[in-house]
Design a protein around this ligand. Structure first.
Ligand code: ATP
Ligand code: ATP
Ligand code: MG
Ligand code: MG
Lengths: 228, 228
């Protein structure tokens, strides 16, 4: 369970304070599927980074599975992150010297999975994401949408308890975007992973069971929706 | 005028050949406004890079304003690029150590514009793109959509004869995306810049006067459309 309580995140630039998160209360139960939408600069990526233990609140509390994460040291946060969370970055952050297959394989190497199981999962993920023919390409030898799909594959491959996706379809055509969302939704449905998707695309946002809207660092709406 | 004739672009990876452009014929007259759409990996960015003199064809000809660019040396290509072409990259490619304002100012410094004119244009572009409050932020202190808008500002600020935009709204909400397209279209309408936009968003693609569809490195459709 994800519990944010009065969370603020203030950045200092020059003499100024930027209130990227300005008092966020949010509870997400295990297995939920929520979309976060809002204007550019409204705090969506900052929210996802705090939830994903990549950033800390300036004020307030973040309890993850009952543990107050603000009391944890860096090593514990890193371990929790590796074991519990998959993150698709808005800017992908792939390893430049590794191929598509190696980038997807990396979390499994860190988790100590045996080689045969790693190969099996990489093959499956590459195929599901339409990347099989590009498995040996490095990021600079891939299109923007192919890089995005590698980033998604890497986040999914360990079937993490929580999957956070920051604009996962922004560089994909409609069909590839729908394929990706179907894969993420299958993990949510069949394995109960908690799925939190930031998106600018209402067609993508409309698929979730819950819709969270942000504006100026705050949540201004948070309600169930049908999802398609 | 942009004239591509039987253009191919083949990448070699390991022992394999990737036919990113596989026989492209394309003529774009001065002042035209065209959208390029197609699936992820179909060759859109490669096409834009060839048109923008950032890449060379493996076969075929690219004539720009009557000059066969394949006969030009690197220095001449770089000069033509700087003087004639503005490019919005799919991955932005901002200078990490410069602020938003400095990134936008850079092409004008390279062109030798005087400081007062540079300041005037930067102020205007920042305001038009909704970035005034973030002018002093460096790229790592900006949201994804803010970085995208800085990349657009940098491409526009010299009012180049040709503006090439690779998925300029992929990280923007609908409203910010429409604002950006309105700015680019104003340059096309009022200054006669040739505008070529790659996009996955049919709402964006539908605004152009001409629609070019790509598939597997080829142009499979190329026709006028109403544009909105
Ligand atoms: N440097 C490279 N080396 C090898 N293959 C490449 C290279 N750059 C691109 N490719 C391949 O060429 C094809 C076309 O790439 P391109 O980037 O033009 O696609 P795109 O239409 O822009 O896709 P997207 O919509 O995902 O951005 C892709 O299949 C890609 O893997
Ligand atoms: N490291 C930082 N230092 C200073 N300001 C920052 C930093 N990171 C983000 N910001 C600011 O905080 C605000 C929220 O940023 P965030 O990246 O969360 O927005 P976003 O909703 O994801 O936007 P987008 O839709 O454009 O990706 C923005 O106005 C941004 O300029
Ligand atoms: Mg963001
Ligand atoms: Mg591309």
């Amino acid at each position: 369970m994800i519990e944010l309580e009065s969370v603020e995140r203030v950045f200092r630039v020059g003499g100024e304070a930027v209130r990227a998160l300005d008092g966020v209360d949010l509870t997400i139960a295990d297995g939920e599927y929520a979309a976060v939408m809002g204007p550019s600069g409204s705090g969506k990526s900052t929210l996802l980074h705090v939830v994903g233990l990549l950033d800390r609140p300036s004020r307030g509390r973040y309890r993850l599975d009952g543990v107050d994460t603000t009391t944890l040291g860096e090593a514990q946060r890193a371990r929790l992150r590796r074991e519990r969370i998959g993150f698709v970055f808005q800017a992908f952050h792939l390893i430049p010297r590794m191929t598509a297959a190696e980038n997807i394989e990396l979390p499994m190497i860190l988790a100590g999975l045996p080689p045969r199981e790693r190969r099996r999962r990489v093959t499956r993920v590459l195929r599901d994401l339409g990347l099989a023919e590009r498995c040996g390409h490095r990021p600079d030898q891939l299109s923007g949408g192919q890089r995005q799909r590698v980033a998604i594959g890497r986040a999914m491959v360990m079937h993490p308890g929580i999957l956070l996706a920051d604009e996962p379809t922004g560089n994909l055509d409609h069909r590839a975007g729908a394929q990706v969302m179907a894969l993420l939704e299958r993990l949510n449905r069949e394995e109960g992973i908690t799925l939190l998707v930031v998106t600018h695309d209402p067609a993508v946002g409309g698929r979730a069971e819950r819709r969270i809207d942000m504006l100026d660092g705050r949540i201004v709406a948070d309600r169930p929706q049908r999802g398609d």
